[in-house]
Design a binder for this molecule. Structure first.
Ligand code: DOR
Ligand code: ZN
Length: 355
């Protein structure tokens, strides 16, 4: 048995408000604990999207009553809300800017609007961009022009990881995350509906380039994006995969195969996200893992409401046994022990750390 720090997922879609048939703050944070995550940062593309004080209050009220692990909620950049967001920044996980196609309506098509968000958003709070290909290059330019840190979500292609490496070599303050699905799957692995995800699954050459540039990858983020099986297999399959309960076993398997060290895993799933997103240490918090236990991933054994996984039938090595959160046992051998409301809002009552 080995002990690791509580994991941090800087990128999860928990679907509340608005789509609680896919997931809510209860089922999403249950899945988080079952995956070894003790802190999750929730994305703002809910219904309605979290883009002002009222919608932030809506999400945080649901979270306060239901969350079983610690959390913070992102604010979404819209075409008209740059002035409104700045005063809310300290209560959020950070600002999320969508520059490419995603699920839901949140998207900025105009770099002028993006510039206005960079100019107004407080310097001490994180900015995360969903930017692919050329929009990735454009948003890196904005971060250089404003000389402020930028975190790039779910990098999926060779050209992108090369661009980020080049920016970093020139001293730019860019960090990035990669998802398990872009590291373990390619465009040939799933049927067309189930395989829908943004960014799209890429080629084997792209996947191999990500593994080859592991030193450029700061975080592993799940981009847990639950949609029901009926929706995925229906006429308009929405993009997104669940990921909270499969990330740790997939990466532990990579450790057992020598593709990753345990230290690489801890840095990308705990230490780096804590630093990049300025998250507090969680006292008396850890997870226990059985590194040699082999098992098969099966959706029927998962706790996410969406009830499917793109990794169905995968043989993995390494199993989560126990999670202790702030001194209390919250997960043991498949059972969630934390009641709803156990989770704390990471940004509530925090000591501000302004630049
Ligand atoms: O595949 C995706 N699903 N990509 C996104 O950017 C959003 C996410 C979702 O919310 O379903
Ligand atoms: Zn996402």
């Amino acid at each position: 048995m080995i002990t690791l720090p509580g994991l941090i997922d800087p990128h999860a879609h928990l679907r509340e408000p608005g789509a609680t048939h896919k997931e809510d703050w209860d089922s999403g944070t249950t899945a988080a604990l079952a995956g070894g995550f003790t802190q999750v940062l929730a994305m703002p593309n809910t219904q309605p999207p979290v883009t002002d004080g009222d919608t932030l209050a809506l999400a945080l009220t649901a979270a306060r009553y239901k969350a079983r692990c610690d959390y913070a909620q992102y604010l979404g950049a819209g075409p008209h809300n740059m002035d409104e967001l700045a005063p809310l920044a300290d209560r959020s996980a950070g600002l999320k800017i969508y520059l490419d196609q995603t699920y839901g309506e949140l998207r900025l098509n105009d770099m002028g609007l993006c510039l206005a968000h960079f100019a107004r958003w407080p310097r001490h709070m994180p900015i995360v961009a969903h930017a692919e290909g050329r929009s990735l290059a454009a948003v890196i330019l904005l971060s250089a022009l404003y000389d402020r840190p930028l975190h790039l979500a779910h990098v999926s292609r060779r050209e992108e990881i090369l661009l980020i490496r080049a920016a970093r070599q020139r001293g730019m303050k860019v960090t990035c995350e990669v998802t398990p699905h872009h590291l373990f799957l390619t465009q040939n692995d799933l049927s067309s509906g189930r395989g829908e995800v943004r960014p799209r699954l890429a080629t084997a050459a792209d996947r191999d380039a990500l593994w080859g540039k592991l030193e450029v990858i700061d975080c592993f983020a799940t981009d847990h994006a639950p949609h029901t099986l009926a929706e995925k297999d229906g006429p308009n399959p929405p993009p997104g995969f669940p990921g909270l309960e499969t990330a740790l076993p997939l990466f532990l398997t990579a450790v057992s195969e020598g593709r990753l060290t345990m230290d690489d895993l801890i840095r990308r799933m705990a230490t780096n996200p804590r630093r990049i997103f300025n998250l507090p240490e969680q006292a008396e918090t850890w997870i226990e893992v059985l590194p040699d236990e082999s098992w098969e991933i099966r959706a029927e054994n998962t706790l996410t409401r969406c009830a499917w996984t793109p990794f169905e039938g995968w043989q993995v090595r390494g199993r989560l046994r126990r999670v202790v959160l702030r001194g209390s046992e919250v997960f043991r051998q498949g059972q969630i022990l934390a009641p709803m409301g156990t989770g704390k809002n990471i940004r509530e009552g925090r000591v501000e750390n302004r630049e």
